[in-house]
Design a binder for this molecule. Structure first.
Ligand code: ZN
Ligand code: ZN
Length: 512
């Protein structure tokens, strides 16, 4: 049966980082339901982010669970953690030079297990040579194996087919050169079967950045309609198919750095039965208006929306409004902003509504949401490291989900906070320009409307999106957007979810 798809952000800043509050780009997707994780991008320090997770030991994601890695492009802030990650995943091979009897010696009495292909990597041309070269130069000998599959742009020179095994690293298994189709897409580069669910399919396409860059589309395959409803059918076959037919296939669009991902639109929209459950789009720079940033903390006082947009595009990046506009184009139901520029440190846990960093994030989210104008009343979320987004299955119910793109999303904050606080916050954010009507604050606002949908004092961004029809997955939390950054070591008395273990870490004073 379909379960929650969970995205966990391990690094959320741009190449200007890492900074104290954010690592550079990486995220993992838990979509298969067998404990495995798929990673998208792997900045330096990603392995350490696994160790830094502010979760209890039973909830912590494990490096060893990563069995597929998708690299959007070769820039250092997206790829330089790969070698360390592979060292961790593949394990150490016995050292042929170690004296007999030493730990790691190949002459220990216990015969080594035969190596297995532990992880497959997908990415642009150059990735195979990069991994091979660094593993070789660092004298890395691994117990298990990896392979690299390169996605070739038109005119790209294949390398796998010209390789000979003698050139491979000792831990390498020959990968594939994946050619794009005539319309420029790499379709079905992965088709991963799932137990009791439809497969997950990964396709990809090029997006505009300074250098070759890829956007990935993770989709649930549309289920076949059951051929028979006979009671004699087995309970695990057609019965399951019926369940899958009752859900709307979910799609995640996960982009690398980009100033224009519109080339992906035909790929995203080619299966009309799917809904874009989540778009993850970069927002590297943003203009923070004077009424929030009167001191020019986030940049020169001569900046404005247009100059920031122009400069972002020139560098191959996007503003929050550009991310929102793309979310609108593809009908995204949720929008997460990552690759946040290093000028925007993550707010401290439990930041109050007047906290400067918090106000900047709110403004970034607001700019994206205003361009997005989602019909389900959602709002964009500027993510921080260790935030999670939980996407439950969406069940068709009496045909009434069609009008909102296939997902009932009711976002509710977990804690009770006085409307006064929210109203004060909205007043701050609303000046001097109008932000339009406040959405569904504690009221219906129509299906999918916000329930007090702003982060608030002492609570720092617990968003909980609850689909009343979805079946809860106890391991993934019960919300479809579940932001957890409970890593301050300070107990938030207002929070109603305290299952996570608090981890104390030193922080620079928050005086902005
Ligand atoms: Zn980047
Ligand atoms: Zn880049």
């Amino acid at each position: 049966m379909s379960t929650n798809i969970v995205v966990t952000f391990l690094g959320t800043t741009s190449g200007g980082g890492p900074i104290e509050t954010r690592n550079c780009s990486s995220l993992v997707v838990d979509a298969i339901g067998d404990g495995s994780l798929w990673m998208v991008d792997c900045a330096e320090g990603t392995v350490r982010q696994f160790a830094q997770q502010p979760l209890s030991s039973t909830q912590r994601l494990k490096v060893n669970s990563v069995n597929r890695i998708f690299i959007t492009h070769m820039h250092a802030d997206h790829s330089m953690g790969l070698i360390t990650l592979l060292r961790n995943i593949l394990g150490f091979a016995p050292d042929p030079h170690a004296p007999p009897g030493f730990v790691g010696s190949s002459s220990n009495s216990r015969p080594p297990k035969p190596p297995i292909l532990k992880v497959e990597i997908y990415g642009p041309v150059g990735l195979r040579a990069f991994v091979r070269t660094v593993l070789t130069l660092t004298h890395t000998r691994s117990a298990d194996r990896y392979c690299v599959n390169e996605l070739l742009m038109p005119g790209g020179i294949p390398s796998a087919s010209r390789d000979v095994p003698e050139d491979w690293h000792s831990s390498e298994v020959g990968g594939r050169d994946i050619l794009c189709s005539d319309d420029g897409f790499w379709r079905e580069i992965v088709v991963q079967e799932r137990d009791r669910s439809t497969p997950i399919v990964v396709s990809a396409g090029p997006i505009v950045h300074r250098d070759p860059c890829i956007g990935f589309v993770f989709s649930e395959q549309s289920p076949r309609e059951p051929e028979s409803t006979s009671n004699t059918e087995s309970q695990t076959g057609p019965a399951q198919n019926t369940l899958d037919c009752a859900t709307i296939p979910r799609t995640l669009v996960i982009l690398g750095d980009t100033s224009d991902p519109s080339a992906l639109i035909p790929l995203i929209k080619e299966d009309a039965s799917r809904s874009v459950s989540l778009l993850i789009h970069e927002a590297t720079d943003a203009y923070i208006p004077h009424h929030i940033d009167s001191r020019g903390t986030t940049g020169s006082k001569s900046r404005n929306h247009e100059t920031v947009r122009t400069k972002a595009i020139a560098k191959g990046h996007s503003t929050p409004a550009m991310a929102g506009a793309f979310a609108r184009q593809i009908g995204a139901e949720r929008l997460a902003l990552n690759h946040i520029g290093s000028r925007f440190p993550a707010p401290p846990p439990h930041a109050g509504p007047s906290n400067f960093r918090h106000l900047c994030m709110r403004e970034i989210e607001h700019q994206a949401t205003r361009a997005w104008q989602p019909i389900n009343g959602n709002r964009a979320v500027a993510v921080s490291d260790f935030d999670r987004i939980v996407i439950p299955p969406v069940f068709k119910s009496s045909g009434d989900v069609e009008g909102m793109g296939g997902s009932e999303v009711v976002v509710a904050v977990e804690t009770t906070v006085s409307l006064t606080v929210l109203e004060q916050l909205e007043e701050v954010m609303a000046e001097p320009h109008s932000h339009g009507p406040a959405r569904g604050r504690g009221s219906s606002g129509g299906r999918g409307g916000w329930r007090g949908g702003h982060r608030q004092h002492g609570q720092h961004g617990h968003f909980r999106s609850h689909n009343r029809q979805h079946q809860h997955d106890s391991t993934a939390g019960e919300g479809s957007i579940d932001r957890k950054r409970e890593h301050s070591g300070r107990h938030d008395s207002a929070s109603t979810t305290n299952s996570s273990q608090h981890i104390k870490r030193p922080r620079r004073g928050d005086d902005q």
